[in-house]
Design a protein around this ligand. Structure first.
Ligand SMILES: NC(=O)c1ccc[n+]([C@@H]2O[C@H](COP(=O)([O-])OP(=O)(O)OC[C@H]3O[C@@H](n4cnc5c(N)ncnc54)[C@H](O)[C@@H]3O)[C@@H](O)[C@H]2O)c1
Ligand SMILES: N[C@@H](CCO)C(=O)O
Ligand code: NA
Length: 917
């Protein structure tokens, strides 16, 4: 395949010096030997045809390239190059910042990372050890202000590097590094002395001094790599990187000259691993200079472009680029991919990405930049490339990130005299330019009656003054009505390449802001559509950021949960949520956030989620006085989470009376509390009608049979058209336990106390013994089956002795209960004599439209006599299950099973809201 000749091959010496075996084909060999892959049209065509024959089809866009007007040379695209060249023949550039090079141990880790992957050739760009650049600037500062202590400061710099080198290196390597360090430091001493005497440092003097941090760190790393036997060259980038000033303290690379010098350098010192200095460069006249701000990233990008790297990796101490500032948005996620434009937009908005300037060199060659965490190698990092894949293809994925800028002021220039008058905008902005203010966004409505723009707040006074001077006459004549300044503003920007030409994205953003009750003062969106910028009050900014971010980034099945009544069931539920939340998030994308817990005296609130590992302590330490209205407001006012649910774990009638209002507010309700469904019929019917008419859900499985599937079984039968004839069973876990365990060996009152201790009873055990709890369950099932019954319609046989019914507390009742032990012992032995057992049963008779609750005697071989523990048994006799009833049996009370039933309802809700099954 000689057809693929190259425009600027590497000198033969370089190719010969390479150690690892390369790809066998001569095409690959030829192409891989050049810094730049420019092929003539014929060469490309020849190569294309041959490669097509040998490798099968190539992507269509390659053929499109061939149709371009005959060019003298056709650049091979980066992605095509990756096909031509095996990975091992290409360069990858890695940049390690100051933090990564902060200590000798870290420098060793950098060496290990470099050595860990020998699959490609590496050019490593490093910053100075952390803090060293500042120390170096400080030296210059001290010297030029004639502060003698620069000598001590220089000594500190020396000591720091000597100590690091001694830790990291040994033998000859150490000796030669230290001798270089000595000689550099004595040169620096002389130079700083000169600066001291002159009382002034020129920029190039200063750049010369400062650049030593990179010289030393890179040399140490290069020795550390060599120590393991790997061939490694060290590059002083001042020999190759040529830059020219480009105004406002920035420089532009001179790519042609740099490329020439790089080839020359490479012909002298070929290697598969090169460690090079970041940040420093020289002018065309060989005067040392620096790349200014974010210099090492810029070095990596320029060099990446010069060697047409496969990839530039920026190693740092974060897992990647976040979707929003994680200090402000705890739900911020790491973005797997970003386009160059998105990264660009985000860095402008202060997101800690790359400086826009650093992206330019690689962007033109489509070289991907990967941000990786050196301290967490498992994290995939963020790849910045040409057009990243739409990760999940939906509208939400159009917005990649949110950023904010605070401390801004809006300037509004308004008046009827502006419309149709050319030059007004020019006059406004030239006045702004004259005071050197930076305009951050501009918005003008098409009526042309006002132009508004944002500037940093500290610059607004000068801007306003300049505008008043510039438009004095127009203001006096009324052509302009005002030059208004609105301070205390922030910008919230949504960034995403795919917002372009996707309808509906801005609607989602503005809807989120509207729901969070945030006033938008100004809006700007350029026709590139990469960025929607809104100006808002600074105090609203974090709330706006969270509201917008959650709308685009949170799982649709994120539930903000408020728990009322953290007693036995509520507390157990909180613990179950704590244990299971991560699994649900990971496996089903169900994100459950408990943002409030209220008991009867105190409540604990959080905007983003309470740490459930310590909810009990927090509820004691950080709680505020309970107030159910504020508690509910806290939930309904939260604009971070899309769905809200209140879980009532009390046995309180007054809490239950609020369900209707909560559902009306769009808050879902889940409860094991029987009071609402067994309370007044008209209220119940109103509640169920609302439930049926809205998309707000109300679940109460645990009100009957605790975690057993009783309500859902009944619903399933009814909704599929079965007819319920009779529901009969043992509905009380407490009474089941008592009669299963009251065998004549212990007094009745002891067994009741055990049931209470085991957590089966209602907060007041009289509710169980009186039969009221069973009657409530009968009512719930009867109403569910279509009967319109009230609680007093159910005849109940109470087991509470009349004289104890009026006890003022549950405790008093429990204390007095033993007085009746003898009565109970008699009833039991009477039954036993007849080979029968006592069982407390409830019946829903849908045929005769009535229900009843009573203590009955059953033969020992009857299924109801076979139960143990707190078992419930419920038999559904229906049109379909007529001969043999459908029976559900199992523990029907207790903390774990009941809380489990409530938890099931939470997941049922999540699945109604769209969670995967
Ligand atoms: N224990 C079970 O086996 C079981 C089974 C099914 C259903 N239930 C139902 O679960 C609910 C809770 O039962 P429990 O055993 O956990 O009771 P509990 O007494 O242990 O807990 C109730 C909690 O609610 C709090 N509370 C009461 N009124 C309140 C109010 N107005 N505002 C805020 N908090 C209030 C109490 O301080 C207490 O912390 C009851 O409705 C019960 O019928 C219990
Ligand atoms: N106290 C109730 C709890 C379950 O609703 C019982 O014993 O059945
Ligand atoms: Na149940």
């Amino acid at each position: 395949m000689q057809g693929l000749a190259v425009a600027s091959p590497l000198p033969p010496a370089a190719a010969a010096a390479r150690r690892r075996p390369r790809a066998s084909s001569s095409t690959r060999e030829a192409v891989s030997q050049c810094w730049k892959y420019e092929l003539s049209r014929d060469q490309y065509l020849g190569g294309f045809l041959r490669i097509s024959q040998s490798q099968g089809s190539l992507h269509r866009h390659r053929s499109t390239n061939l149709l371009r007007p005959a060019a003298a040379a056709i650049s091979v695209e980066q992605d095509e190059l990756n096909t031509y060249l095996p990975k091992g023949d290409m360069w990858s550039v890695h940049k390690f910042g100051g933090t990564c090079m902060g200590t000798p141990q870290r420098i060793q880790s950098v060496a290990d990372i470099v050595l860990g992957d020998s699959s490609e050739r590496k050019l490593i760009i490093v910053s100075a050890m952390s803090k060293v650049t500042d120390m170096m600037y400080n030296l210059v500062q001290k010297a030029q202000s004639r502060d003698d202590s620069y000598t001590i400061a220089l000594e500190e710099v020396f000591e720091k590097h000597m100590a690091a080198a001694k830790d990291l290196l040994d033998g000859e390597d150490l000796a030669s590094f230290l001798s270089q360090l000595h000689s550099d430091v004595s040169n620096l001493r002389a130079m700083l002395r000169a600066i001291y005497i002159a009382g002034h440092a020129t920029e190039s003097f200063s750049d010369f001094v400062v650049g030593h941090g990179e010289l030393w760190s890179s040399q140490m790393l290069s020795y550390a790599i060599k120590k393991s036997g790997a061939p490694c060259s060290w590059m002083d980038t001042r020999e190759v990187l040529v830059v020219k000033p480009s105004g406002s303290n920035q420089v532009d690379p001179d790519c042609l000259e740099s490329e020439k010098r790089l080839q020359k350098w490479f012909s002298r010192q070929p290697a598969d691993i090169i460690v090079a200095t970041g940040f420093i460069a020289s002018t065309a006249e060989n005067i040392p200079t620096t790349l200014k701000r974010d210099g090492s990233d810029f070095s990596a990008a320029i060099i990446g472009s010069l060697v047409r790297a496969r990839q530039v990796t920026i190693w740092t101490d974060v897992d990647g680029v976040f979707s929003a500032d994680p200090r402000k948005v705890s739900e911020a996620v790491i973005l797997r991919t970003l386009s160059y434009q998105e990264a660009w937009e985000m860095s402008y908005f202060g997101a800690n990405v790359l400086h826009p300037r650093t992206i330019i060199p690689v962007m033109k060659d489509n070289i991907p930049i990967v941000i990786k965490n050196m301290f967490n190698l498992c994290a995939p990092g963020t790849m910045i490339c040409k057009q990243p894949a739409n990760e999940n293809g939906d509208l939400d994925a159009c917005v990649k990130s949110f950023a904010t800028i605070d401390n801004l002021a809006l300037v509004n220039v308004e008046g009827t005299g502006m419309a149709g008058v050319p030059g007004t905008a020019s006059a406004i902005f030239s006045a702004v330019k004259d005071v050197g203010a930076n305009v951050i966004m501009i918005s003008q409505a098409s009526s042309e009656h006002s132009v508004c723009f944002a500037v940093p707040e500290k610059e607004v006074a000068a801007v306003s003054a300049a505008l008043h001077v510039r438009f004095r006459e127009a203001l006096a004549a009324g052509r302009l009505s005002k030059v208004e300044v609105i301070k205390g503003c922030s910008i919230l920007a949504a960034v995403g390449l795919r917002m372009a030409s996707t309808p509906g994205v801005s609607a989602i953003l503005f809807d989120a802001l509207a729901k969070a009750n945030i006033n938008v003062r100004a809006i700007a969106q350029g026709c590139s559509e990469y960025n929607i910028t809104v100006v808002l009050k600074q105090e609203d900014c974090v709330r706006a950021l969270r509201a917008a971010h959650s709308r685009f980034f949170l799982s649709k099945t994120t539930l903000a949960v408020g728990i009322i009544g953290p007693g036995l069931i509520g507390g157990t539920l909180l613990n179950q949520l704590k244990d299971q939340a991560a699994v649900l998030k990971e496996n089903m994308n169900i994100d459950l956030r408990v943002i409030g817990i209220t008991g009867s005296s105190t409540m604990l609130l959080s905007d983003t989620g309470i740490d459930l590992t310590q909810w009990k302590q927090l509820l004691q330490k950080e709680a505020e006085p309970a107030n159910i209205d504020s508690f509910v407001h806290h939930l309904s006012d939260n604009h971070i989470f899309p769905n809200k649910v209140l879980v009532d774990c009390t046995a309180d009638t007054s809490v239950a009376s609020h369900y209707y209002d909560w559902l009306k507010k769009g808050i879902h309700v889940i409860t094991p509390n029987k009071k609402a469904n067994s309370g007044p019929l008209d209220r119940y019917l109103k509640l169920r009608t609302l439930q049926r008419a809205s998309y707000t859900h109300y679940f109460y499985e645990a009100t009957v049979g605790a975690g057993l599937p009783i309500i859902s079984t009944l619903r399933g039968l009814l909704e599929t058209g079965d007819k319920i004839l009779r529901i009969e069973g043992i509905f009380s876990g407490t009474l089941s336990y008592i009669f299963n365990n009251f065998e004549g060996t212990r007094p009745f009152s002891d067994v009741v106390a055990e049931a209470k201790e085991a957590g089966y009873t209602e907060p007041d055990p009289r509710d169980d013994l009186s039969g009221t709890d069973v009657a409530r369950k009968v009512i719930i099932l009867a109403r569910e089956s279509g009967l319109r019954l009230e609680l007093p319609d159910i005849p109940v046989k109470s087991l509470v002795p009349e004289t104890l019914a009026s006890c003022s507390s549950a405790d008093e009742f429990m204390q007095k209960l033993p007085t009746f032990d003898e009565d109970w012992a008699r009833q039991r032995s009477d039954a036993e004599a007849a080979d029968e057992v006592l069982r407390y049963v409830g019946v829903v008779d849908t045929v005769n439209k009535k229900g009843q609750v009573e203590l009955r005697r059953y033969k020992r071989d009857h299924p109801f006599a076979q139960l143990s523990g707190s078992d419930n048994i419920i038999a559904f006799t229906t049109s379909r299950y007529k001969e043999q009833p459908l029976i559900v049996r199992g523990p029907g009370a207790g903390a774990e099973v009941t809380a489990g039933g409530v938890f099931c309802d939470l997941l049922r809700l999540a699945s109604y809201l769209g969670a995967p099954s």
